[in-house]
Design a protein around this ligand. Structure first.
Ligand code: HEC
Ligand code: HEC
Length: 239
């Protein structure tokens, strides 16, 4: 698996992970717990878990990579999170198969878990063990949301976008969406409420909306950019 954008894409494309998180069977769970002994030297999980060599893993499912406060992550891990990498059973299984390959330059010294069944068992055990307390998960409500787009959008809603940067980025958008706010077949995005705007973009990212033209555009946008664009367009007055 190559890194960077493809890892991020994968994260945003995993719309259906809540189902797999609860699919583990009892024997699988015992196996998962045993396998976690490979992680224990560095990671704690469960209520009151603290950071050790690695960040605590409470609330790991639905957590944006590299975001536990007070833990010193590598630049690579923080960049992966900023690019939209969210931990789900799928992204986690892929990371654990070959940590160095999945995020180049991350500093977790763990060689990887070759056996796919082992990875599934560990990840489904971890999904349960980590859910006992939300920890510092910034999307604690994720399990109760129906649309994957909503949880991603919430992350960006909590960010402060820079409208000047948004104006600069908007050059890419106003070739189709006229800045005057006139529609001409393409919906006007001038003056759209910020939260609607952000949700709409994540609905393209997560395939809730299927327009190919917009999907292509938003796949290249990272969270910072989405926040900036929303800040810019929402403050414009339609003419
Ligand atoms: C030798 C110590 C060590 C071992 C063993 C280890 N990890 Fe890690 N892990 C780390 C460190 C350090 C980081 C932070 C990496 C970075 O910042 O680049 C990390 C990061 C992570 C993250 C990302 C967390 C976040 O907040 O984004 C997950 C998930 C994770 N490890 C799971 C596991 C699992 C599951 C195992 C066992 C199969 C494991 N790790 C084994 C040290 C370890
Ligand atoms: C090549 C033309 C094109 C470009 C460039 C483009 N868009 Fe779009 N956009 C569309 C079309 C067509 C739709 C309607 C798609 C649909 O039916 O879902 C749309 C829909 C949207 C919507 C949803 C509007 C609503 O009312 O729900 C938003 C928000 C949006 N675009 C934002 C952007 C932003 C931000 C950019 C620049 C990064 C951008 N678009 C670039 C063509 C474009």
């Amino acid at each position: 698996m190559i890194i960077g954008r493809s890892a991020k894409r994968l994260a945003v494309a995993t719309g259906v992970w809540l189902g797999t998180a609860v699919a583990g069977q009892a024997s699988d769970e015992d196996r998962g717990e045993k396998l976690f002994s490979q992680c224990k030297n560095c990671h704690e999980v469960g209520e009151g878990a603290r950071n050790k060599v690695g960040p605590h893993l409470d609330g790991i499912m639905g957590r944006v990579a590299g975001t536990i406060e007070g833990f010193k992550y590598s630049k690579a891990m923080r960049a992966a999170g900023e690019g939209g990498l969210v931990w789900s059973p799928e992204t986690l299984a892929e990371y654990l198969e070959k940590p160095r390959g999945f995020i180049k330059g991350n500093r977790m010294s763990y060689r990887g878990m070759n056996d796919a069944a082992d990875r599934t068992a560990l990840v489904s055990w971890l999904a349960k063990a980590s859910a006992s307390a939300p920890g510092e998960d910034i999307t604690p409500e994720i399990a109760s949301l129906d649309s994957p787009a909503t949880s991603f959008a919430d992350i960006v809603l909590a960010m402060e976008g820079d409208p000047d940067y948004g104006e600069y980025l908007a050059g890419e958008c106003v070739t189709c969406h006229q800045s005057s706010g006139h529609a001409d077949g393409i919906p006007s995005i001038v003056g759209l409420p910020r939260d609607y705007f952000i949700r709409a973009l994540f609905e393209y990212k997560t395939n809730v909306r299927s327009n190919e033209v917009m999907k292509l555009r938003v796949n290249n946008l990272v969270n910072d950019e989405i926040a900036a664009l929303a800040a810019y367009f929402s403050q414009l007055e339609p003419q």
